[in-house]
Design a protein around this ligand. Structure first.
Ligand code: GDP
Length: 297
């Protein structure tokens, strides 16, 4: 379960606060120091922590919370509201094209969960909207990547367009889109290549695919367990590709929560979905308010 450490620390801080009848300015200072440390320990981006603590403190002081009824409860509410805001405030639904197919380009570093997430999302759309997706295998650098997507397609009973590994990825996408139009598929997923880290050749290839396909959605898949590395990856991809949304995977194994709490504030791009397990069903819409409740425990 995510955020164990953060939840525990925040609860301890708030329990101390609740025990006080009256909350003094010194108590508020101590509380804010504890929250700051808790967020830093959870691997939240330093600038995000700074802004977070400043906003909550300013609001607490500005609204005379300390003189009002139940100051502890009010401070907890301010923290809750700021957590929601930091993670994007509102749910961010997937973009949908006015005309079929809606094109979703899936990007991410190797191992982040891109191929798995492609299958999960295609299945979700199939189950919830009766969608008829087509998956395009555009990672030609690893034969295993094409095979993996084909297997995912078989598991969820969704067709895969592939040309093995000898053709050019941009050409594969072009022909895949033609097939999708012929077959009236309403969603197309482009499974692009991943690398161990961001490199120029990869970014150029992704930019070329973007220019050809004009995707409605460019999702970046990042592994929540990698914390600030996930945030840096998102900044790098966003700079080159102007992504439209983020999928945070492996939240089931992320005990800290730093990526979830930083990535929106740092990149300005919304977390749209979260992966919470290895099964094809383990993909959920990201709700900032529910995540904040979960963090506060
Ligand atoms: P890709 O290289 O980005 O395409 O990554 P894969 O889709 O091959 O996923 C890499 C590994 O992460 C696989 O073992 C997946 O089962 C696993 N994985 C993907 N998403 C999740 C998730 O949300 N939770 C967990 N626990 N494992 C995941």
């Amino acid at each position: 379960m995510a955020f164990e450490g953060l939840t525990e620390r925040l609860q301890k801080t708030f329990n101390n606060l609740r025990r006080k009848g009256k909350v003094t300015e010194a108590d508020l200072r101590d509380t804010m120091r504890e929250i700051r440390l808790a967020l830093l320990e959870a691997d939240v981006n330093f600038q995000v922590v700074k802004q977070f603590v400043k906003t909550v403190r300013d609001q607490a002081v500005g609204s005379d919370v300390l003189d009002g009824l139940n100051p502890a409860q009010q401070i907890i509410k301010l923290v809750n509201d700021e957590l929601v805001k930091t993670m994007g405030s509102e749910d961010a639904p997937l973009n949908k094209s006015d005309h079929i197919p809606t094109i979703i380009m899936m990007t991410g570093l190797q191992g982040a969960g891109k191929t798995t997430t492609t299958g999960k999302l295609a299945l979700k759309l199939k189950n919830e909207q009766n969608a008829r997706p087509l998956l395009i295998a555009a990672d030609v650098y690893r034969p295993a990547a094409v095979d993996q997507l084909v297997q995912v397609g078989q598991r969820i009973d969704v067709p895969v367009y592939e040309e093995g590994t000898s053709a050019n990825p941009v050409d594969i996408v072009k022909r895949g889109l033609e097939v999708a139009r012929e077959n009236h598929n309403d969603y197309v997923f482009i499974d692009t290549a991943g690398r161990l880290q961001i490199d120029e050749a990869l970014m150029q290839e992704l930019a070329d695919i973007k220019a050809l396909a004009h995707p409605d959605e460019i999702l970046l898949v990042v592994d929540a367990m990698t914390g600030q590395n996930a945030v840096n990856t998102a900044e790098g991809f966003n700079e080159k590709l102007d992504i439209t949304g983020i999928v945070l995977t492996k939240l089931d194994g992320d005990t800290r929560g730093g990526a979830a709490l930083s990535i929106r504030a740092v990149t300005g791009k919304p977390i749209k979905l979260v992966g919470q397990g290895e099964k094809m069903e383990d993909l959920d819409v990201f709700h900032p308010d529910r995540m904040a409740s979960r963090i506060l425990g």
